[in-house]
Design a protein around this ligand. Structure first.
Ligand SMILES: [Zn+2]
Length: 213
């Protein structure tokens, strides 16, 4: 088990500072920690919503990989602290070969999904925010379900059909101010009335802090 939250390697941060550029590095330790805590029954942060990921990882180690990025990326004028991508190299030829080689050099395989996490953010953020960021990125790996909520399996591979999932709520503050809340925001408000499932004690137990009983 990994009872301590992984921290990004200091060499990565030092080298990025020296080069004045964003550097990336594989984060196998992060995958191991996520597996133990989110994707294993009885794990401190186990969430059955991600069981379809767990199922695939147990069958096929090449499904998911994690990487650290030395600092945040900017997209649409917002800081991006985490990114989940479906690894698909649209181009062919040497460009594809080069990108696939990068994945093999890092992980030993080309993963189907890659989650990249801002190491600078993780160095200084709280355990709760760190756990939340990982949870957020895992939710971007969606699985197709039928009307009854049962997972749809592919006829050809026999595996669940995954896709890159969008956010449940996407809204502008001004839109709500002008037009009021819609059903997705209503659902958000209903959920927010309950205490979070993940307690401070769960977080302390997997992030390595003392637990005060
Ligand atoms: Zn997101």
């Amino acid at each position: 088990m990994y009872p301590f939250r992984p921290f990004p390697p200091t060499e990565l941060m030092d080298q990025a500072e020296e080069e004045d550029a964003i550097r990336l590095a594989p984060a196998q330790e992060l995958l191991a920690w996520v597996k133990d805590n989110y994707l294993t029954m009885g794990g401190q942060l186990h969430n059955p919503d991600h069981d379809h990921i767990a199922e695939l990882i147990h069958d096929n180690e090449e499904f998911l990989a994690f990487a650290w990025a030395s600092s945040a990326a900017m997209a649409k004028k917002r800081m991006v602290l985490g990114q989940c991508e479906k690894v698909m190299f649209n181009q062919g030829g040497w460009k594809k070969a080069r990108q696939e080689q990068q994945m093999r050099d890092w992980f030993g395989f080309v993963p189907q999904y890659l989650i990249t996490i801002d190491a600078a953010f993780c160095e200084q953020t709280s355990d709760r925010e760190f756990c939340r960021l990982i949870e957020h990125e895992l939710y971007h790996i969606g699985v197709e379900r039928d009307e009854d909520g049962e997972i749809i399996y592919s006829d050809t591979t026999g595996l669940p059909k995954h896709y890159l999932a969008g956010h449940d709520v996407e809204v502008f503050f001004g839109e709500i101010r002008q037009h009021g809340i819609d059903s997705s925001v209503q659902r958000l408000l209903d959920i927010a009335k309950n205490a979070p499932f993940v307690s401070e004690k769960n977080i302390a137990a997997c992030c390595g802090n003392c637990v005060i009983n």
